[in-house]
Design a protein around this ligand. Structure first.
Ligand code: T1G
Length: 680
């Protein structure tokens, strides 16, 4: 890591080299400040270029320094020194100029960017706001509306868009960036210096722009503190001086930095990256080239899985047993792509390109030359075994055979083949072309090459993957089963289904268990031939109340599928509970929350104890990316760490006589609680 300088024709070229992303660590900040001092004092220096080696210009402050005592020079102070210099400063941007990196560029007097590179202020995704002048300088260059979007949403823009907005002065071919930056600096020697902080011409805006922006994005910002703080900081730029605006920004930044939400979001940033590491699989494990994929089953899951690969440019052979099922599957894939095109997310050409990679067939033999085959057939072990046994005789040696099962035993499936080392679980979440999470289920014999290849592939198709061991429900569904069991008990004990759902939605989940059941359909796994109905759900199914698709489930639905509590269902539950001998009672929201979430944490502790998950943060990633756990709460294990394992343990002991038959407190939870430790 270092910051090199050299003078070229009167231009001091300052180049940082701090792999992997040139984060603005203490050493880099110190090096940059020293370079600016040199520029100020050395008469041979007439202008400055700030650049980076490696794959990107500074991609932000060094997140690993957060939470540690700050070390001068701070980034805001460094940027103020850059801006105040009385010689022209050009920032040469390439790769992903993000966060503090873009703020350094905003402090420079000119910005030249490599064509095709990206620029952004993603701090809000870490529960923060740009804390080194970005909220005050960006609006001065691009105007309030564009600045609000970039800062409060945190999405990067292209260098080309940045030029259109006035954020970037020039574009250059990537391989000519450094020379072009030096030429630009030389051109500006002797010219008046355009300090960003001194510009106010783009700060005018109508008064209600900020409220209108907040309202337009209310759904996206639900529960999050940082976006509102971003809006307030940008508003301050339009109402006060740069100096006062910077003070407001600093105060808001400090408030967010010390808050729970940013701690949770920073935890997830590293958790997502940690999940990609398989501790006992060497980094240099040879990968299996995957140039052709086969999918068996063109239903909801098979079609969604297929789209993931088509969208990543990987040809897919899709197998169904009957022509009309195959036609339906292909039509659904096309319909989904066309819906994305209608929203402007894809061009018609991209739709056709994806569809051209699809080969529908009725013949399993067509899979013989695939490098990876994923089955998404009916969730019945007997059927899975038949499929794998046939695949074993059809597919070329060395190909990966994957099952999309959501809870069946992958080892049992692998045992029906002559190549268990090639068998793996790839558990996609519905809708498979949209949900980010992928559980990679590692069988006892799954080889390192298959695991490493599956992990690489998940990134290629835009998934966040977590490795799970083999158990009933893997990581996510195993914990979900705990929550579902308690939810079913709570409504027999006196809570209403809508109370249970409300408590979880208030906690930050997108919906509660009964809303989810109605959405998915109450008849999943229901056998109409069962005689005695042993659950409320079966009674409702028998009555034809099978969820949203029948306009009635736990809720009654209007034509727009808006659900309202059903007095009839309340009666059905009360009668069922009475017959089952439940004494109904008032149940507080707090008890509902504890009964739903503490058993999940307990199951997570068992999953860690059994080595089903590699680390607690993997469990957090599963729940945030697969089940809608609010990102600003960091995941169930992070949340347990925040409230304390002791609180969870005491809660479970308090509810012990109401928890499911045979419920056991995890030794890991007890030990963590008693030692005052943490899961993460
Ligand atoms: N600080 C420290 N380490 C970082 C880092 C950062 N800002 N960004 C990435 N890394 C590490 C990452 O943990 C991983 O480590 C490796 O680099 C490769 O990252 C004052 C306060 C730049 C788009 O939010 O979005 O500036 O796992 O796997 O997929 O206003 O990294 O290899 O050990 O993600 O090619 C604002 C965060 C910070 C950008 C590259 N900046 N980074 O993606 O690689 S806050 C960000 C990213 C701030 C100021 C505020 C991505 C990337 P390891 P990677 P990638």
């Amino acid at each position: 890591m270092n910051v090199n300088t050299q003078i070229t024709d009167g231009v001091l070229v300052v180049v940082s080299d701090n792999p992997p992303v040139n984060a603005l660590s203490y050493a880099v900040r110190s090096g940059l400040l020293a370079a600016i001092e040199t520029a100020r004092t050395d008469p041979a220096v007439k202008a400055v270029v700030i650049a980076c080696d490696g794959r990107t210009f500074h991609a932000g402050a060094d997140i690993t320094e957060f939470g540690k005592p700050p070390q001068a020079p701070s980034l805001p102070d460094l940027i103020e020194e850059i801006e105040a210099l009385d010689k022209p400063v050009v920032a040469a941007l390439h790769g992903t100029t993000l966060g503090g990196g873009l703020e350094v560029a905003l402090g420079a007097h000119y910005r030249i960017a490599a064509a095709g590179s990206k620029l952004g202020l993603p701090e809000v995704k870490l529960g923060l706001l740009p804390g080194a002048g970005g909220t005050q300088r960006l609006p001065r260059l691009v105007g309030v509306e564009a600045a609000l979007g970039m800062i409060a949403k945190g999405d990067p823009i292209s260098a080309e868009t940045a030029q259109d907005l006035g954020l970037v002065d020039k574009l250059a071919a990537p391989d000519a960036l450094r020379d072009s930056a030096i030429a630009l600096a030389q051109e500006m020697i002797g010219q008046p210096i355009p300090r960003t902080g001194a510009r106010t011409d783009k700060l005018s805006t109508d008064r209600d722009a900020f409220d209108a922006f907040a309202k337009a994005n209310a759904r996206r910002f639900r529960g999050l503190e940082a976006p509102q703080a971003c809006i307030e900081a940008v508003k301050a730029a339009t109402e006060t001086s740069l100096e006062d605006g910077l003070k407001t920004e600093r105060a808001l930044f400090t408030q967010l930095m010390t808050g729970d939400q940013s701690a949770a979001l920073r935890h997830l940033f590293f958790a997502e990256r940690a999940a990609a590491k398989i501790d006992d699989v060497p980094k240099d494990t040879p990968r299996i080239p995957v140039t052709k994929v086969g999918v068996i089953g063109g239903g909801t899951m098979g079609g969604g899985i297929t789209m993931n690969f088509l969208s990543a440019g990987v040809p897919v052979t899709l197998v169904e047993r009957e022509q009309d099922a195959l036609d339906r599957g292909v039509a659904t894939i096309r319909k989904n792509y066309e819906a994305s095109a209608a929203k402007g997310r894809l061009t018609e050409q991209q739709v056709e390109q994806a569809m051209a990679l699809l080969t529908p067939t009725l013949e399993m033999e067509a899979l013989s030359d695939c490098d990876l085959v994923i089955e998404a057939v009916f969730e019945l072990m007997k059927i899975k075994k038949e499929v794998f046994s046939r695949l074993d005789s059809i597919v070329k040696p060395g190909a990966i055979l994957a099952t999309n099962t959501s809870y069946l035993n992958v080892d049992e499936i692998a045992a029906t083949t002559s190549r268990p080392e090639s068998v793996v679980g790839l558990h996609f979440f519905s809708p498979a072309n949209i949900m980010k999470l992928l559980e990679i289920v590692r069988g006892a014999k799954t080889s390192d090459a298959v695991l490493a290849t599956a992990m690489d592939l998940s990134r290629k198709i835009g998934k966040v993957a977590v490795v799970s061991g083999v158990c009933d429900g893997f990581i996510g569904n195993r914990m979900l089963a705990q929550r579902q069991g308690e939810a079913n008990s709570l409504i027999l004990e006196g809570a209403k289904p809508w109370d249970v759902d409300r408590v979880l939605v208030k906690f930050g989940l997108p919906m509660g268990p009964f809303q989810m059941a109605d959405l998915a359909g109450l008849d999943i796994g229901w056998d109409p031939d069962t005689t005695a109905s042993s659950t409320v759900r079966e009674i409702l199914c028998e009555e034809g109340r099978r969820g949203q698709k029948t306009q009635a489930g736990f809720y009654d639905y209007d034509a727009n599928r808006r659900g309202v509590p059903s007095a009839h269902v309340e009666e059905v539950i009360a009668q069922f509970a009475e017959k089952a001998g439940y004494a109904r009672r008032e149940i507080t929201d707090q008890e509902i929350l504890e009964r739903l979430l503490y058993p999940m944490v307990n199951e997570g502790a068992k999953i860690l104890d059994e080595g089903i998950a590699q680390r607690a943060s993997d469990i957090d990633v599963v729940w945030v990316y697969g089940y809608g756990w609010p990102s600003y709460r960091g995941g169930p294990m992070f949340w347990a760490d925040q409230i304390g394992a002791k609180t969870v343990l005491e809660g479970l002991e308090r509810h012990a006589d109401r928890l499911a038959e045979g419920f056991e407190i995890s030794a890991r939870l007890r030990q963590t609680a008693e030692t005052g430790g943490a899961f993460n």
